[in-house]
Design a protein around this ligand. Structure first.
Ligand SMILES: *Cc1c(COP(=O)(O)O)cnc(C)c1O
Length: 372
């Protein structure tokens, strides 16, 4: 026994494989910038994991999204449909280009963008729909594909939270016309900071590579026919990423076991909605998330405070982006707003132990019904 107070974090990386070995190789060989074999290997292998041909690695997920918008020539006067309930980067990447993000409400079951609301949001200016696979559960892609095809729009995936999740048996990242992922420290696999754009479209992959390399072609280092960007991933990041990718199946399996354990313990608690897992979906539970209803007996923020006092870290759901100061539209998106007020991400790391999950569930069950 130790007297260390309990502290169970929401997220924590698992760096149990060849990470140190590959990083050491970078340092010892001197290949620490974005030139180096790990970057190209990581791009190829991660794209293949998603079932597509091309990957363009970036230094974080946000710039991968920006790069994707630039690659598709999205800019001023264009509209891009995004869910309001997502991480702010989804909208920011649209805004960086001068285009307008158009916010759409969530489906009450999957918490993802509601295809019916998407159809209503299409205008003559719409260029693309971004499906976000929130907290690890895929968005319902087929109806989105139908809308995109009807109106000639790009269907894009922000898969930053859902590496390895499946929709009707197919992995995210290969479901839309192109996708991005993040490899931030708390994501399903990590490179510290990092991101990637994946697509089957060779012309887009080449364009993205050109733009992220300061707008130049490989054969002429200082000829820049356009304003470009330096959004490249380093070899050190890719070395960590490759080691992580070797372990992705184990990491996802652990998250699923943890979610099943939570589900067994928390099923049937009045006022507690457990995370979605539609019959067409395989959730990877980036976050094990619950929604606190009135019947639970305590408001969301009080539940969070009591968990924190018991040494259990949590996060609230995202504020719907249409309520943030720079994006306020005066819209009413009731499902996203309600989820944003009631949702909690419980500790979700692949490193979580069964004992920790039992402790978290015991604590939550004591709070249920207003008892404490
Ligand atoms: C994490 C995340 C991003 C951005 O990734 P960074 O690597 O942090 O820039 C984008 N979209 C969503 C939905 C995310 O969760």
């Amino acid at each position: 026994m130790t007297d260390e107070p309990t502290w169970i974090p929401v997220a924590e990386p698992l760096l149990a494989g060849n990470e140190l070995k590959y990083v050491t190789d970078c340092v010892q060989s001197g290949w620490i910038s974005s030139l180096g074999k790990y970057v190209r290997d990581f791009e190829q292998q991660f794209a293949a994991y998603c079932g597509v041909r091309y990957g363009v690695a970036t230094f974080n997920g946000t710039v991968a999204l920006h790069l994707l918008m630039l690659t598709l020539n999205i800019g001023p006067g264009d509209e891009v449909i995004v869910p309001s309930l997502t991480y702010v980067a989804t909208a920011n990447a649209v805004r960086y280009t001068g285009a307008t993000p158009v916010f759409v409400d969530s489906d009450p079951y999957t918490w993802n963008i509601d295809p019916q609301r998407v159809a209503e949001a299409v205008t003559p200016r719409t260029r693309a729909i971004v499906a976000v696979h929130l907290y690890g559960h895929p968005a319902d892609m087929d109806p989105l594909r139908a809308i995109a095809d009807t109106h000639g729009l790009f269907l894009l995936e922000d898969a930053a939270e859902a590496h390895g999740a499946c929709y009707k048996g197919r992995r995210v990242g290969g479901l839309g016309d192109a996708a991005i992922f993040s490899f931030y420290g708390n994501k399903i696999i990590t490179t510290g900071e990092g991101g990637i754009l994946v697509t089957d479209n060779q012309a887009w992959a080449e364009r993205a590579f050109f733009l992220e390399n300061q707008g130049r072609y490989a054969d002429n280092p200082y000829w820049h026919p356009e304003v470009g960007y330096n959004y490249r991933m380093t070899n050190i990041q890719a070395a960590i990423g490759l080691a992580q990718l070797e372990q992705i199946d184990t990491m996802i399996a652990r998250r699923r076991e943890n979610a099943a354990h939570y589900n067994r313990r928390l099923a049937g608690v009045p006022g507690l909605t457990l995370p979605p897992n539609a019959d067409w979906a395989e959730n990877v539970y980036w976050m094990y998330s619950v929604v606190i209803g009135d019947e639970f007996g305590l408001p969301r923020d009080e539940v969070r405070a009591r968990l924190r006092a018991a040494g259990i870290d949590t996060r609230p759901f995202f504020y719907p982006i249409h309520t943030l100061p720079m994006y306020q539209t005066g819209q009413s998106l009731p499902v996203a707003e309600d989820l944003g007020r009631r949702g909690i991400n419980l500790p979700s790391a692949a490193t979580l132990t069964p004992d920790q999950i039992d402790y978290i569930c015991d604590t939550l069950l004591t709070l249920a019904g207003g008892k404490s």
